[in-house]
Write a protein that binds this ligand. Structure first.
Ligand code: C2O
Length: 536
């Protein structure tokens, strides 16, 4: 088996976008950061060296990390952060996965500039289950903030109000033609007529789901979150923060310069950065990269456009890549996700209250010792295992909220027996307003077996579940004012974070963790921590 070595130097880098410059935290001076390439089965060693004043940790989003939770990366969940001047080697093996994922900082809001692609090629000699593309291109979607993102969130936490939104979206680091700074151009994708290209789309934005489309070209979706899907053609892809989507694009025009557009999707009354990022797909023979064939992005609240994409997703479920959906359930969980209001005497702007977020009414408090260490070394007093399996009070997603809006703070985890099967219904609540929450589960892929609007009905809804070829992913949008049901097998011992991938909601407390016990058999326990594991 192959071992791949990477060195990630976390350094400040002066970067110019939207006609102004500022120092940003980067990996190796790049925005977006370097692409990590590997093959299925490879072992990857990434030495992360922290040269900045902030504490840092890096998460390999979507990598299963079987028994290697120490390399997962969320600060204070699986490790203490890498302090300024320190380093840590993330050491993990890629097992049973191939496709596109992303890596990103997993502490504070550093993810806004500290992120990049992970490309996992199939094992040598194993073809894709779709025609081999002429070329492959990584396309990272993100945001650009004129101000410092740490300052943005700290300001919001002080006031109790929602933070500012970004100043532009970006495609491979550039806002493109709408930035008002045309000299900076945008990303450009050269193509040859008649050839097919594989685009590896990643949403690395902090706080916004994005639509993605290309003027004059259809997209054939072949993979999401590093799992193959039954191919389908569509005009517009929707992609939430943390999600990835591979599409084939046939260069079936003769010539021209076509606009590539990334624009926000938000079907709730919430402020968004509504600038469309643009890039250009240009046919060989055309020199400059200003698009002449334009496209209009969907309106920001185009739920039907989003659903058309989401409802088309099915696992490939082939002989080689079967969908191993759990058929029996050991833990049936029902979690509400949403925003709420808590008192905050010091919040002047918030009139004595602050926005919080919760799962089953628990606003997660970050510990000061990493949960995985506390678990492995039996350190008591760091977390409790009383995370509720159902909502503590009756609610209705549109109706009257419960009298007491206040959430409970706690560092609570939900404990799962090794290899037990889990059905988790994630229910959006509309205590402030219903909103779409892209929920990410660390350490697992899950199957999205059902989805609906309104309150989940445990009697009738399961009858409609797809247990044959549901899409398999690691991040899923809980629809605004609705629910999704996911299933997974707890076959990965350790402590696994689950949270909303809209970073503002995570900051407000929309997060929890699963603790999966060791199994009794060989190779069923969490491995011991590496000797360079950072200390708190
Ligand atoms: Cu991509 Cu816990 O995050």
């Amino acid at each position: 088996c192959t071992v791949r070595h990477y060195k990630f130097n976390v350094v400040m880098k002066n970067t110019t976008r939207l006609c102004s410059s500022k120092p940003i935290v980067t990996v190796n001076g790049k925005f977006p950061g370097p692409t990590l390439y590997a093959r299925e089965g490879d072992t990857v060693l990434v030495k992360v060296v922290n040269h900045v004043k902030y504490n840092v940790s890096i998460h390999w989003h979507g990598i299963r990390q079987l028994r290697t939770g120490w390399a997962d990366g969320p600060a204070y969940i699986t490790q203490c952060p890498i302090q300024s001047g320190q380093s840590y080697v993330y050491n993990f093996t890629i097992t049973g996965q191939r496709g596109t994922l992303l890596w990103h900082a997993h502490i504070l809001w550093l993810r806004s500039t500290v992120h990049g692609a992970i490309v996992i090629l199939p094992k040598r000699g194993v073809p894709y289950p779709f025609p081999k593309p002429h070329k492959e291109v990584v396309v990272v979607l993100a945001e650009w903030w004129k101000s410092d993102t740490e300052a943005v969130i700290n300001e919001a936490l002080k006031s109790g109000l929602a933070p500012n939104v970004s100043d532009a979206h970006t495609i491979n680091g550039h806002p493109g033609r709408v930035s008002g700074c045309p000299s900076q151009g945008g990303f450009s994708l050269p193509v040859e007529s008649g050839k097919t290209y594989l685009l590896r789309l990643i949403n690395a934005a902090l706080n916004e789901e994005l639509f993605f489309k290309i003027a004059g070209h259809k997209l054939t979706v072949v993979e999401v979150d590093a799992t193959y899907v039954k191919p389908f053609k569509i005009d517009t892809v929707v992609i939430a923060p943390g999600q990835t989507t591979n599409v084939l694009v046939s260069a079936d025009q003769n010539s021209g310069k076509y606009m590539v557009a990334a624009s926000p999707f938000m079907d709730a009354p919430v402020a968004v950065d509504n600038l469309t990022a643009t890039a250009t797909l240009h046919y060989s023979g055309t020199l400059d990269n200003t698009p002449t064939s334009l496209t209009t992005p969907p309106p920001q609240n185009a739920t039907s456009v989003a659903n058309k994409f989401i409802d088309s997703l099915r696992s490939l479920n082939s002989k080689q890549f079967p969908a191993l959906v759990p058929r029996t359930i050991d833990h049936s969980l029902y979690f509400t996700v949403g925003l709420g209001i808590n008192p905050c005497p010091t919040c002047k702007a918030g009139n004595g209250s602050r926005v919080v977020a919760s799962i089953n009414n628990v606003t997660f408090t970050m510990p000061t010792t990493a949960l995985l260490q506390a678990h492995f070394f039996n350190i008591s007093g760091v977390f409790t295992t009383d995370f509720p399996s159902t909502p503590p009070h009756v609610f209705n997603y549109t109706g009257t909220p419960p009298k007491n809006l206040q959430t409970r703070n706690g560092t609570k985890v939900f404990r799962l027996a090794y290899n037990s099967t889990v059905q988790l219904v994630l229910q959006d609540t509309g205590i402030i307003a219903p909103e779409n929450h892209p929920i990410h589960v660390h350490g697992f892929n899950f199957f999205a077996v059902g989805k609906g609007l309104g309150n989940y009905n445990p009697k009738t809804d399961p009858q409609k579940f797809n247990l044959v070829d549901p899409v398999e992913r690691n991040t899923i949008g809980v629809p605004s004012g609705g629910w999704v049901a996911i299933r997974f097998r707890a076959d990965n011992p350790g402590v696994w974070f689950m949270h909303c991938h809209l970073e503002v909601h995570t900051t407000w407390g929309l997060k929890m963790a699963f603790l999966v016990d060791n199994g009794k058999g060989p190779n069923q326990s969490l491995l011991p921590p590496p000797s360079d594991l950072p200390k708190c």
